[in-house]
Design a protein around this ligand. Sequence first.
Ligand code: ATP
Ligand code: MG
Length: 592
Amino acid sequence: MERPTLISKAAATLPVAPNWTRYEQERQSFTWEAARQALQGLPGGGLNMGFEAVDRHAATPRADKTALRFVSRNAPALDVSYAELARQTNRFANVLQGLGVGRGDRLFVLSGRMPELYVAVLGALKNGTVVTPLFSAFGPEPIAARINLGEGQVLVTTDVLYQRKIKAMRAQMPTLRHVLLVAEEGASIYEPDTLDLATLMRGASDKFTSVATQPEDPALLHFTSGTTGTPKGALHVHGAVVAHHATGRYALDLQEHDRYWCTADPGWVTGMSYGILAPLLQGVTSLVDREEFDAERWYSLLEAERITVWYTAPTAIRMLMKAGTELARQHHFPDLRFVASVGEPLNPQAVWWGLETLGLPIHDNWWQTETGGIMIANTAAFDIKPGSMGRPLPGVEAFIVEHLEAVGEAPRVRVIDQPDVEGELALKAGWPSMFRGYLHNEARYRQCFAGELYLTGDLARRDADGYYWFVGRSDDVIKSAGHLIGPFEVESVLMEHPAVAEAGVIGKPDPIVGEVVKAFVSLKDGYVPEAALRQDILAHARKRLGAAVAPKEIAFLPVLPRTRSGKIMRRLLKARELGLPEGDTSTLEAGA
Ligand code: ATP
Ligand code: MG
């Protein structure tokens, strides 16, 4: 079925007036200096992420409002107010002080979405200690590798995870001085060379004055998802908090009375910037579900928790789509007013699915670990072009560039002014949440800049209305008979077929045309992988894309390999197809 190419919004018909309604005016009047004034700051020009997210509210009428609401299957919900969060994070900062851990030292957290993780992250930030979250499903080697690369001195984890993943490797992590354990159930199991966090917290004062960090002081070290290769450690500073605050307002349209749910795990940058920081900075109530994905559970939570703003990812949306519409129809979401997605391209099909199933279109937005915050977005007040990642936010200048021959080591590019031309997406450097380096990899960092432009490694085009369209990662683009083919376009068309749940497309070397398009497809429940279906999907793709761009081959897989943050790993599909080494698979989801 052909669908219109625009979902138009009329601000007056929206249930809540959006924060940002005049696109150009707001972009013109916006400055990062002014955005910073919306935060409190510390005496002497200091700025501290933890203070702004938590303490700033504790002295206001928001003090008793629920900041974080933790839900899980087998325990009652736990509501933590802003004032309580301030006291708990004070205690944690004092625990660190007591251990001699201070400004610039490095703390790692490895756990599920438990309250102590949030307290540790925010308390450490208030203490000026640099935080790195690790995804709790990582195996022992990837954990040790990251702690060693980041020279972690403190680790907060659970007794169970410690026994399973850390204990045997402990001697191989020479920088790790303190391991603070949280008991997963009941009393903690005693482990030598560790400390019991609950005991330390009880003995610590709940009064603490945030360390006077400066905007350029390091705050967070995030590892990238490892979709295209070995994960890189991207360093962020306390000043990034200005972007977390502003983008929560512009891109997610967060407002005082929202009940917000970000489904990303804090082990990844989305779970940190938008699962922890942005909602707290906006003073809203944020839901934290401690359980793993489950379609029925998620629909029930959206409904029962009366979520108003929901931030999720294409992988989750694809799983909900796969579970079928009947399940969704058993639920109603009258409170839901804004839904956004990030992490991978969002197929138009998924935008429409949102409209039909949730009653709202899904707003795609684009950013990276390196950008620290949302840069390009479809937002509440403005029309959506399904398949487009939207337009730049205030304070963000985006360009499409073409590479010129490098002079020496530095990349050189030319800005392409005409619309509808594909090129690399570049951003004018200078927004506050921009990464300040790749850990121990200065050369790689320098390769990301051409003059004042940051080169994202993603290919895109801008249309005449200023909307950006994702084409593919520069590593994934397919060169076939003189055409450049973006995998996203092909995958989106495959997703239109009623049987297709997920699609990943690669270029397979071919002696005649350079590369041919090969697609890997997983099917929706109830479909059987057989030759007739393959033919049907191929025919659909040829009709929509033409023979030059449509896949020549389709292989069925039960699931596609993806990162634990949910991204399809095309490099792995390709390596497996060609019998090449798989490279770094530390972030690969189990069973894929
Ligand atoms: P690595 O850099 O280690 O290969 P990664 O790039 O997947 O991993 P992240 O920083 O988590 O690590 O992901 C950012 C990338 O995700 C972007 O560069 C882009 O390729 C992709 N991405 C994020 N949001 C979108 C979106 N809305 N549309 C298309 N692609 C997106
Ligand atoms: Mg990347």
